[in-house]
Design a protein around this ligand. Sequence first.
Ligand code: 13P
Length: 290
Amino acid sequence: MLLHGTDALKEAAAAGHALPGFVAYNLETVQGITAAAEAAEAAGLPVLIQAGSSPFKHAGRETLMRLALDAAARSAAPLGVHLDHSRDLDEITACLDAGYTSVMVDGSHLPFAENIALTKEAVRRARDHGAWVEAELGALPGDEDVSTDAVASSGAMTDPVQAGEFVAATGVDALAVAVGNVHGFTKDSARLDLDRLAAIHEAVPVPLVLHGASGLPVEELHGALARGVAKVNVNAELRRAYLEGVRVTLPSALPGSDVVSLWAAGRDAVRDAALDVIGHLTPRVEEANA
Ligand code: 13P
């Protein structure tokens, strides 16, 4: 079923949990994420399918929107459908019109005042559709679709004071932060600036979002959950699992040109990788503080 509103996000924030936002590119990744959400329903943690913006380049916007919305609506598990990293108000409007439950407007590349203006407009449009909005302040290094071994120091960390001003000025529902996190896998494990994260949490009244969670040590992740992070984005770990599933199955699929077994292997690998992540997102709060 489609998950509307910010209640789940706020409940996760209050409990020291985080909703996973898993990036989907195609039918099999949508299926794998949905299957994981169904298997994890008992954990009481709704899942967000992040269908677009960048994956639209592969699947086509209409096709991927329909796939994700249909899978979420038909599932017995609560699933949000979220637009990730969009810089384009027309694209945001198209997703809101289609029925997305949340969108991320990414003005992190813009000067502060312009990021505020873009985000405010996205919030205005989303309110008309009953959807919620995530924005970003600070710049996360790395590529959204390919691991580049980016280093955290090449980004710009989120400033806690600016973060407070930004949320007050925009009315945004969730804020993605740059605190040492990186898109994709890194050579050395990424380390988060947890003091900065705590200061942002103090300054900002809305749940925080951690992008670039792939490859992050579990203790770093739990440290983030204890400091206001209530949504965690994961992509590269699912991509790697998909490719590994396909690689292992390819030799037995080749003789009979059995593409279905290959796609199924990719789908199941995505499901299992997503379930692994979900298992780390409901730590007991006292553990996270240890
Ligand atoms: P990773 O690829 O590092 O998991 O990052 C995903 C992400 O932040 C999507 O917005």
